[in-house]
Design a protein around this ligand. Sequence first.
Ligand code: UDP
Length: 485
Amino acid sequence: MGSEAHRQLHVFFFPFMAPGHIIPTIDIARLFSARGTKSTIITTPLNALHFADNISRDKQSGLDIDVQVIPFPAKEAGLPEGCESINSITSPDMVIKFFKAVELLQQPFDMLLEKHRPDCVVADMFVPWTTDVAKKYGIPRLVFHGTSYFSLCVSENITRYAPQEKVMSDSEIFVVPGLPDQIEMTKSQLPNCGNRDSYGFSERQEKIRDSEVKSFGVLVNSFTELEPAYADFYTKELGRRAWDIGPVSLCNRNLIDKAQRGKKASIDEHFCLNWLDSKDTDSVLYVSFGSTASFCTAQLLEIAMGLEASNVPFIWVIRRLHNKEENNFLPEGFEERMQGKGLVIRDWAPQVLILEHPAVGGFMTHCGWNSTLEGISAGVPLITWPVFAEQFNNEKLITQVLKIGIKAGNEVWNSWIEPQDVSVTKDRVEDVVTQLMGNGEEAENRRKRASKLGKTAKKAVEKGGSSYNNLSALIEEIRLHSQNI
Ligand code: UDP
């Protein structure tokens, strides 16, 4: 073999500035480095701060991984200084400005590519222009959507066949045509229906689709055994090249990496683990709605009352409310009454650490794909409460295909900036929590299916597992591509 075959590959990783995109992309960069490539993560100053410690630890342990910081043009796009993440947006007009700022990163990104000439670029779906910029230098670009094969297939077939245009109302059920299973949805669960396209969704979607088709392929945080029919459909029917290499969260193997994933948790991890140690196996429900979704005070009250009434021990992560001064939204005396029974974490929880604890027996989730897959990897059944983005698609995978979850009952895609009314009442919260955590036959079967999937997920990333092998194959393809140009 010539020296080219032994040359170290260099891969650029360019995540969109949102925790749900940055977190898995960093895991992917670490996975690549663990296989001997040099990984460079491109991000902006404030985002880099959140994972600087993790990267230094990686470097100390011998991984060739680095961060290249480029300024975020917040001011130029009309955003307040320091607004560098989609989850610091507080009004709808800021969304458009945020995407404008991201567009402005094209030139600095181009300059970095010209200077470093990496062998491959893994870039987020929300920076579709990276396909063309990379092509200029003969560099292949891989797209990272951050969602499941299932969701990609559902979205594509909704775009192709527009079944939502044939129903009479927002709540009438339609079947998404052409998929391996009978997947039922309603118009109210779609992001781009009615007057909700104020964030420029459709136009952006077209650019994303176009850049995906022209790219080298798609990197998927999933594993083949989880959704084989959809992995097949995506590649064979929809004609995309794709590599599933997940669940990528499983690359966090030590306590500190798990505790600080995304950002430093707002609770001491030892306190949290001790609290869980004091609980019975599978007895605790973990409740979290991700890094971005927020609820109105009235909805938070319903959740609190429902959790209390269920009598099930819980850990509930509550993000600070947007545009609200007061943080005093829990029922009178709630935290005192819940002492020892329920743990409220404000802002940021060490999610993977919690989910993996044997005391955790269920997860109420907003169905963000990372959370969904982290729940699946931990082998726990889910209560699905989708809010926005493609979360309703993920809910269908969980409830209609994998059958490892039950619906909380929210049926309407909600703006994540201006949460609206109560969509799930206290009684419904109590009901789904008792169903999921109970001992009935259905609950047991659900638990068994979830547990089996958790074991399969772990195998997929071990040496010789499907995701492990897919990553090996992808690295080989990138090498071949580099040798041939
Ligand atoms: N996360 C976390 N602690 C929190 C909230 C979120 O570690 O308190 C992590 C979670 O583990 C996941 C990511 O943030 O990896 C959220 O991504 P997801 O796709 O679930 O939802 P999004 O935040 O994008 O809506």
